[in-house]
Design a protein around this ligand. Structure first.
Ligand code: BGC
Length: 746
């Protein structure tokens, strides 16, 4: 029987979201704007890096860091620069942050209109540029917890820590959808599923922007990087992506739409190009979609140097000055210049020459001033940094540990290789065994997170295992690197009398361009370690500390246990030790699909045709580990799934009950993932799509019923006309091993 096609264009709430900048918060902003000269307005639209106000000697930033008061005066008083960002090289103490902010505020007072500077920073997994602050799991690890409540709590604590250093704006969260594991910022995402990314993203935005401390304003969140950054064709950072509008809307725009609806105040633009158009020059993406459809009213900020890049790298403007007109006319409000004073000059010239209308400038400046007002920057109390809880509180450490325990995924555990017994002697080795940076990744104390001078005083995996074991039971072997391992005889003699080897493998830290790779395979030296110890008859436990799934098809099957630890943060070492020793249980699930081979990657929501074998017979979906994989020290048996009504209209909601039992013998947390599969549709449907999830704790032998309610409109997809639609027909709802059918009628 032919299916009746589309009947309803779903007025997705997300496309109709409310304004996110309250009109009444603009009174001061409007009044200020009316007094501003063109030069002052251009200053407001300029963001410079801290280097531009810092002391340099022989072209190197002075250490210890010190401000250059002459530059500061020029930037704040003469040029009226509206925003400053970043840190000069590495993390600062809280007192140095206080000095910096106080100095900036002092110069603000000397400027004609005394407009406060909006300082922004990348505090993406804790106040990672403040000495002593607690560092949490990076986003990809966080997503493995599927715990939106704790993501909210973490973000709120980070907001307080960032505010304590006088900074009201955080360039986080990343809402790019991680669908290309080669991309060096994969670990900065919440993984491959747009629904999960949206849920975690909204939680983080709410946590950042909720009040902190004694009911003071949190920080403004900044959604990154709008839009289409995360799936470049060749996997390299800041290289072209080709994304059909349909996919752009259904996958990549969705998390931004949800976060805007939640009230996100700012958005950072993708440095790269989508379908041949640099996003910084795209009126379609910056205006038609962002403003007219998503009704975003906050500020758009460029990424690093990206207006200049329109001519220097993208070659869509002949000169820097033309690039300024292109970007501002397309809809940029604030330029992260951040290393020259030419942007401001060119902006003024463009307006005087009629290439940019002053109305466009007023629109941008009003948004910037309104944000400053909303963040309370005009109030004298904004500068009282001392009244926040100092970063690094015991409470934040507990939260970071708890989150780490929930974000480390157990993927393989042959013959109960784990947990490690109290009486089991172990050898810990591999390049990440005794290396704190490997727990934290990039954006940790420094941009690349590689400098060991600034490490927090926390335990590495080896140190944590030692602390949690009886004296003499844990041995460490150093010297194995990412690209070279010790001689075979040294590797084996270190394991003399020891049956269990914990191999901490993976990657060194990176972000952006320096993290580009051409081959997803885990280095051969590291895979050799697995082979050598396995051939010697050892029990091999592999712990992967890495920002993306590095493939190891032939050696994965040799491992007795595989743990994907991702980048679990400062307390990841202790969390790992407790999980490996079994004093706590694993609960996390993979927020991405771990490919089997480097040359082929499919996401869990691939199409039916992608699952066919050479002989055209269905092969199924065969990655190494699928999205949602994750086991624990207990077992869960799914007893059934039931839809409360078998038929629903496109405007209805449906209720689903899932029954499961903890059939093992220890308490555990199960993340129930509810999927839907559209049996046929006008656009080829995915095998399945995640629609909801819930974490449930079950005692041994306990049975629980988990309830979900979702609107049928959430089953919408983007149709041929590029709008969200729900088509009537048969949908299967499923979770691990059970399914039920829903018939949707017009
Ligand atoms: C990154 C952004 C970051 C900005 C400011 C850029 O290079 O792409 O994610 O927020 O720098 O540090």
């Amino acid at each position: 029987m032919n299916k009746i096609l589309l009947v309803l264009i779903v007025m997705f709430g997300l496309w109709q979201c409310n304004s996110n900048t309250k009109t009444d918060s603009k009174s001061k902003a409007k009044q200020l704007l009316s007094q501003m000269t063109l030069e002052e307005k251009a200053g407001q639209m300029t963001q410079l890096t801290i280097e531009m106000i810092s002391q340099f000697k022989d072209e190197t930033i002075v250490e210890p860091h010190a401000l250059d008061t002459a530059k500061l005066r020029n930037v704040i008083v003469n040029l009226g620069v509206g925003s400053i960002l970043n840190v000069g090289g590495h993390t600062y103490t809280l007192s140095h942050w206080t000095e910096i902010q106080n100095a900036i505020h002092a110069y603000e007072k000397e400027s004609r209109l005394q407009v406060p500077v909006l300082y922004g920073i990348d505090a993406i997994h804790g106040a990672n540029y403040t000495v002593g602050s607690t560092l949490y799991p990076q986003q990809l690890a966080l997503a493995a917890s599927f715990n939106t409540d704790m993501a909210y709590q973490m973000a709120n604590m980070v907001a307080s820590d960032v505010r304590a250093s006088g900074i009201p704006w955080n360039f986080s969260p990343v809402l790019d959808v991680g669908r290309n594991p080669k991309w060096p910022r994969f670990w900065e995402t919440f993984g491959e599923d747009p629904y999960l990314v949206s849920q975690m993203g909204v939680a983080m935005v709410n946590g950042y922007q909720a009040p902190v401390g004694d009911n003071r304003a949190g920080v403004a969140a900044c959604l990154k990087h709008y839009v289409g950054y995360s799936n470049p064709v060749n996997g390299h950072d800041r290289t072209p992506a080709y994304i059909p509008e349909k996919q752009l809307r259904e996958i990549y725009l969705l998390p931004f739409a949800k976060a805007i609806q939640a009230g996100a105040k700012t958005i950072m633009i993708n440095s790269s190009e989508v379908n041949g158009e640099p996003v910084h020059a795209s009126t379609f993406l910056l205006k038609t979609i962002l403003r007219d459809e998503l009704h975003f009213e906050g500020i758009t900020v460029t990424d690093w140097e990206d207006i200049k890049n329109l001519c220097d790298r993208h070659k869509v403007a002949a000169t820097y000055k033309e690039a300024v007109a292109l970007a501002i006319n397309a809809g940029i409000d604030l330029a992260m210049v951040p290393l020259d004073l030419d942007f401001t000059k060119y902006l003024i010239e463009n307006v005087k020459e009629g290439k940019i209308k002053e109305q466009r400038i007023d629109e941008a400046v009003l948004r910037i001033l309104a944000l400053k007002e909303e963040l309370g920057l005009f109030e004298p109390s904004a500068n009282k940094m001392g009244s926040y809880v100092a970063p690094g509180s015991e409470e934040s450490k507990r939260l970071s540990y708890e989150l780490a325990t929930q974000s480390i995924v157990l993927l393989q555990n042959k013959q109960q290789a784990l947990p490690l017994a109290e009486t089991e002697k172990i050898l810990v080795t591999g390049p990440n065994a005794n290396y704190i940076n490997a727990l934290n990744g990039g954006w940790t104390h420094t941009w690349q997170g590689r400098d060991t001078n600034y490490n927090s005083k926390v335990a590495t995996v080896y140190q944590a295992l030692k602390m949690r074991s009886v004296e003499g039971m844990v041995k460490y072997l150093g010297g194995n690197t990412y690209t070279e391992h010790l001689a075979k005889q040294d590797l084996l003699s270190a394991a003399n009398g020891i049956n269990t080897v914990v191999l901490c493998l993976g990657e060194d830290t990176y972000t952006e361009k320096p993290g580009d790779i051409d081959d997803l395979d885990l280095s051969s030296a590291q895979q050799e370690l697995i082979k050598i110890y396995k051939e010697a008859g050892k029990k091999v436990i592999v712990v992967l500390l890495e920002g993306r799934p590095r493939t190891f098809a032939t050696t994965a099957s040799l491992c007795d246990a595989i743990v994907f630890a991702g980048l679990p943060g400062d307390n990841g070492g202790m969390a790992l030790a407790d999980l490996l020793k079994g004093s706590i249980n694993f609960s996390a699930k993979l927020p991405f699909t771990f490919p089997r081979l480097p040359g082929i990657h499919k996401t869990y929501d691939c199409k039916y045709t992608e699952t066919l074998n050479n002989d055209f017979k269905p092969l199924g979906f065969t990655p190494l580990f699928e999205f949602g994989s994750g086991i624990s020290y207990t077992q869960f048996t799914y007893l059934g799934i039931e839809l409360m009504s078998k038929e629903a209209k496109t405007t209805d909601s449906v209720e689903v009950k899932v029954k499961l039992e903890n059939s093992g013998d220890r308490e555990g947390t199960e993340i129930v993932l509810l999927y839907s599969s559209d049996m046929y549709a006008s656009i080829t449907p995915s095998i399945k799509r995640l629609r909801a999830f819930k974490r449930v704790v079950l005692k041994p032998k306990e049975i629980q019923e988990v309830h979900f309610k979702l609107a049928v409109s959430e089953l919408a997809f983007v149709g041929l006309n590029n709008q969200f639609i729900v088509e009537p027909g048969k949908f299967i709802f499923s979770t691990t091993s059970v399914q039920d059918t829903l018939n949707i009628t017009p």
